[in-house]
Design a protein around this ligand. Structure first.
Ligand SMILES: Cc1cc2nc3c(=O)[nH]c(=O)nc-3n(C[C@H](O)[C@H](O)[C@H](O)COP(=O)(O)O)c2cc1C
Length: 204
C-alpha cells in the first residue's frame, strides 16, 4: 500500500491532476495521498475546470474528485513544516502535475520556499520517485537546462505530451493515457488497454 504526494502547480493542464487523483483514489494499492496545491495551481483549476478551489481547504480534494474521499489529505502549500517536508516521513513517490516552469526552476535550483518545492527536494535527497509533468510551449534554454538538471538529480521528466497511437476518442482518453504513464512511474497498477500492442493489420 503506497503513500503518495500529488502537487498541483500553476501550469495549464489541471485536468491531468484531476484524473490522476481520480485513479489514485480508486486504487486499492494506494493508502494515502497528500495533496498540495500552489496559489497559481488553484487559479488555473478555477480557470480550466471551473471549480471554486482555494488551495487551502480540505474540501478542495472533494471538489477535484467530485466525490467524498478519506484517502486524500490537503496540506497547505505555505506549511513547510508539514509531514512531507521531512525525509523521515515515509513517502513512496511524488508527482508534480502539471509542473510550471516556475516550480521546475525552484526545484532545479534546490530552493525550498514552499511545501511543494521542499517535498520535491526531499524526494531527491532520499532517492525516492519524483515525477515532474512540465507543461509549456515552446521551451526556452532555461527550461531545458532545468529539466536536465532535475533529471540528473534523480527526477523523471514526463512532459504533458499526449500521444495518439491508442486512437483516443475524447479529451479524457488523451488525458488518461498520460495519467497511466505517471501511475506506472509511481509504481501503481493502472488500466493497460491503451498501451501499445504492436502494429495493427493495415485494414484496421
Ligand atoms: C491560466 C494560466 C495558465 C498558465 N499556464 C502556464 C503553463 O502552461 N506553464 C507554465 O510554466 N506557467 C504557466 N502559467 C504561469 C504560472 O502559473 C506562474 O509562473 C506561476 O508563478 C507558477 O507558480 P507555481 O509553480 O507556484 O504554481 C500560467 C498561469 C495562468 C494564470
Amino acid at each position: 500500500m503506497k503513500r503518495l504526494t500529488v502537487a498541483i502547480t500553476g501550469a495549464s493542464g489541471a485536468i491531468y491532476a484531476q484524473r490522476l487523483l481520480h485513479h489514485l483514489d480508486a486504487s486499492s494499492e494506494v493508502a494515502q495521498i497528500n495533496l498540495v496545491i500552489s496559489a497559481l495551481g488553484a487559479t488555473v483549476i478555477r480557470e480550466e475546470l471551473e471549480l471554486p478551489v482555494t488551495g487551502a481547504r480540505q474540501s478542495d480534494a472533494e471538489l477535484l474528485l467530485g466525490r467524498p474521499t478519506t484517502k486524500i489529505a490537503l496540506l497547505p502549500v505555505k506549511d513547510v513544516g508539514a509531514t512531507i517536508a521531512s525525509g523521515s516521513y515515509p513517502c513512496d513517490g511524488m508527482a508534480v502535475v502539471p509542473c510550471s516552469m516556475g516550480s521546475l526552476g525552484y526545484i532545479a535550483a534546490g530552493i525550498a520556499r514552499d511545501l511543494i518545492h521542499r517535498a520535491a527536494d526531499v524526494m531527491l535527497k532520499e532517492r525516492r520517485a519524483l515525477v515532474l509533468v512540465p507543461r509549456e510551449t515552446p521551451f526556452n534554454a532555461i527550461h531545458l537546462e532545468n529539466m536536465l538538471r532535475v533529471e540528473r538529480a534523480g527526477a523523471l521528466i514526463l512532459p504533458a505530451c499526449p500521444s495518439f497511437y491508442h486512437r483516443p476518442q475524447s479529451v479524457l482518453d488523451l488525458v488518461d493515457h498520460l495519467v497511466f504513464r505517471i501511475m506506472a512511474h509511481l509504481g501503481v497498477p493502472h488500466p493497460t488497454e491503451t498501451a501499445w500492442q504492436g502494429r495493427r493489420p493495415a485494414s484496421e
